[in-house]
Design a protein around this ligand. Structure first.
Ligand code: SF4
Ligand code: SF4
Length: 475
């Protein structure tokens, strides 16, 4: 037994953060981005897009069952997944570009965690009041009727938002109006209900209770983004050389002080609960709400705005020496950002070109080599091929098939006496095809001859081809 005291716990309980309401240009910008991003997310699946009678009329649809993605007029088949990969690469490069130019601007303005947390805080403020009222309610130990009513109302509204969020997600994967009815009549698939339940739970917990903890502890991006930033990155910072030594009004009467009056407005509005005056911190999502708060204070005390501002650290020395900061463009356009922009543009151009030159019809040819050839009763040599045709149109099309190579070769389609086959709208169709070389002809005698299969859309004359070979006796 020992009477030594146990080591102090390294665990610190979370203190909830109740950011104060703030107004200003950055807050307004965040409201606009919140409205636009949430509007797009909730409404996009409901936009209709007429693609013809046999195709879905939903503008944005991830049709997993048929392995097809629809995005307005663009239709991506599963074998064209490189378009999706290209878009993901562009999103990554765009994130690198914005981070190297403007720091964690994605985190502060457009990240779903930020957007939904902002929305949840807005609801909380409507129901429980601004910072001080919420703090009082939080510290009130007694669970009286008012506290229960406010808490329940807030949680119910949060839950409705969370359900709508989970619900909106599944509409991207099925016809939205049909699925909407199915969900309420209990006819939707189990996957749909599980997805809604999962996203409802994560939205409710992440947006309502975990908030800044997701940004600080769960998200890997703060650790990665530092690699993309340098001293020319424009990010939110405190002009310490102007603000310090900070003062309370009493002290200011006796000694020269900086512009910061230590009012804590910047700290009270911060959604991650940090003090930007302590310098750059991993937790800061560069949302700029502290800029709005401090600018408001500076105006009221008759000092220039910008004590907290978007600043490049490379300007710090210049400003300390009394020179003006260089323009934002100087910092934004530098080799690193130009390289990211060039790569982003190159991938974008490549995708657009690929989109416009891709064929409306596609074919693959698989030669059946077991056996390599068959000798018919009249001595002719026959080879067999499986040709898969893709009709990417919204209507059935008649495809004519023909072959180029030795003129002696004759094409025959299994199941039809004709040289053309109808391929239903928006489908992939498998046709068995025979090539026959008469006895004594070159292809029948030679071990191998080159052939080119052609397919022609008889409606618009579009053509596609694939090369293969014909196996003869090799005499
Ligand atoms: S809001 Fe401005 S003046 Fe007030 S404490 Fe923050 S930096 Fe100082
Ligand atoms: S310090 Fe300022 S910019 Fe950073 S998270 Fe807090 S309010 Fe946003």
């Amino acid at each position: 037994m020992t009477d030594q005291a146990p080591p102090p716990s390294l665990y610190a309980a979370r203190e909830p953060i109740f950011p104060r309401r703030v107004s200003g240009p950055f807050r307004n910008l965040k409201w606009v981005i919140l409205a636009v991003t949430l509007g797009i997310y909730y409404l996009l699946p409901w936009i209709r897009w007429d693609r013809g009678p046999s195709l879905p009329d939903q503008a944005v649809l991830l049709d997993m069952a048929n392995r097809r993605f629809y995005f307005f007029w663009i239709e991506i088949w599963s074998h064209e997944f490189y378009f999706v990969a290209g878009l993901l690469i562009m999103a990554g490069l765009g994130l690198f570009l914005f981070t190297s130019a403007l720091g964690r601007v994605w985190c502060g303005y457009a990240c779903p965690q930020t957007v939904w947390t902002d929305l949840f805080i807005l609801v909380e403020r409507w129901i429980e009041g601004d910072r001080n009222a919420r703090l009082r309610l939080h510290r009130q130990k007694k669970l009286d009727a008012r506290k229960i009513r406010l808490r329940l109302t807030k949680w119910v509204v949060w839950l409705l938002i969370a359900v709508a969020t989970g619900g909106a997600w599944v509409f991207y994967f099925a016809d939205a109006p049909t699925l909407f009815v199915d969900i309420f009549t209990g006819q939707a698939s189990a996957v749909a209900y599980i997805t809604i339940a999962f996203l409802t739970a994560t939205t409710f917990v992440f947006g309502g209770f975990m908030r800044e903890q997701i940004c600080i502890y769960a998200c890997p991006w703060p650790r990665i983004q530092a690699a993309m930033m340098d001293e020319d990155t424009v990010t939110v910072a405190y002009r310490e050389w102007r603000g310090e030594p900070r003062k309370h009004s009493e002290e200011a009467k006796t000694e020269p002080m900086g512009d910061c009056i230590d009012c804590m407005a910047c700290v009270n509005v911060c959604p991650v609960g940090i003090d930007i005056r302590d310098g750059q911190q991993l937790e800061c999502i560069t949302c700029a709400l502290c800029i709005d708060a401090c600018d408001d204070v500076m105006e009221r005390i008759g000092k220039p705005r910008g004590l907290i501002d978007y600043i490049a650290l490379s300007d710090e020395t210049r400003e300390r020496e009394g020179h003006a900061a260089r323009s934002a463009w100087y910092h934004v356009f530098r080799p690193r950002t130009i390289l990211y922009t060039a790569l982003w543009g190159a991938v974008g151009v490549a995708l657009i070109v690929a989109l416009f030159i891709r064929a409306e019809i596609e074919m693959t040819v698989a030669a059946v080599r077991n056996p390599t050839f068959v000798t018919l009763s009249d001595g002719s040599i026959r080879n067999t091929y499986d040709i898969r045709l893709r009709n990417k149109n919204g209507e059935e099309r008649l495809f004519r098939m023909f072959v180029k190579g030795d003129p002696a070769l004759r094409i025959q389609l299994e199941g039809t006496p004709y040289a053309s086959v109808p391929v239903p709208a928006d489908t992939s169709f498998l046709q068995r095809v025979y090539l026959i070389a008469p006895p004594g002809s070159d292809p029948a005698a030679m071990a191998r001859s080159d052939v080119r299969f052609w397919v022609e859309d008889l409606t618009n004359g579009d053509r596609a081809y694939k090369d293969s070979s014909f196996n003869g006796k090799g005499e």
